[in-house]
Structure formats: C-alpha cells, structure tokens
Design a protein around this ligand. Sequence first.
Ligand code: SF4
Length: 202
Amino acid sequence: MTDILYTLGDSLYINLTNRCPCRCSFCIRKNGSHVGSAENLWFELEPHLDEVLAAFDGVELKNYKELVFCGYGEPICALEKLLEVCHLVRSRSDIPIRLNTNGLGDLIHKRKTAHLLEGLVDTVSISLNAPDEERYLEVTSPIFGPGSFQSMLEFALDCKRFVPNVLFTVVDVISPQEIERCRALAQEMDIPLRVREYIKEY
Ligand code: SF4
C-alpha cells in the first residue's frame, strides 16, 4: 500500500508521483521508502485522479498548518492532478498550499507553467541547488541537460508574478562558498533563500 497523504510535523503532505527528471546527489529517495508518517512512498502504479481525490475523504484540513506537494517524485510531473487537488482543497478549506518543486515544470511540459498556479498555490519552494549551471548539472543531473538551470531560474521569476510567496532552497551538500554565491544570486532575483541541512531520513 502506498501513501498518497502523510504527515510531517504539523503539515499534511501529498505524494502524487514517483516521476522526476532529476537525479539529485542528496535525494532522500536513495535512503529508504518513507518519510514522516508514511510507510511507503513508492508506487507500483501512479494513482489515478479519483484515487488521489478520494484520499482526502474524511481528512480535516483545518487540523494542519499547510498542505505540501512533495513526496517521492516531482509533483509538477503530475500537473493536472496537482491542479485538481488544489481546486478540491480550495473548495473545502483556506489551508495554505505549498509546492516543493525542482522548478523544471516548463521543460517537463514544454510550455510555461507558473501561471497555472495562480490563485491555487500560496508558496512555491524551488530547489536552486547550485550557484551556476555547471554545478547545477553536477548536483541535480536533469535529463534536459544544459539550459535546465536557466529554465529553473525563469520559472522562479514567473512564479513571483503569480504566487504570493516564492523561495529558493539549497542543501548544504555544496560548499559554503557556493552557498554564498547562491545567496547572492537569490538576492539579485529578490527571492529568499533557505539553506537546508542534508538529512538522510525524516
Ligand atoms: S528533484 Fe527532488 S525527487 Fe527529483 S531527484 Fe532531486 S531531490 Fe529527488
């Protein structure tokens, strides 16, 4: 049985897909099969939309601080389901909604995607991961290759137009000097940067 919804701290998390175009050096998926209250986040078959929506039956959304799209894959790979979940949740509650993403939605879907989040998602947390394209490709290994870093940065700028809160994250698997360069880049783009500690297991 694979968990679609799980909790971590005071937040409700949603696992929509195991698809992801990256192979990040720090990816938590390498270390196990679960996070927080989940027992297993690997799908044998990715859930259909009706299964995803049914997972919310009986869930008291007001009991949680926020709903976070995260899980064991890149949520924006399951864009249609993500948007439908947002509509369902918005119709039932004003719980804040956050999307944790690698920021490669435009490359995944071969079109602009940030505007689709308008009015649905409160916060987009984007994995900056590195201060420049060369290091980004080393740390993240996106299947799209060169151009991925730039596309992620453009997605972040687009998000600023459509989503109230946008932030970057880096994991401290890169050097302190590189983290400082990430900080400077984030500042230049007027996007807050959160430095995350590398954690093997949650
Ligand atoms: S983008 Fe996220 S899910 Fe994909 S490999 Fe990187 S850390 Fe793992």
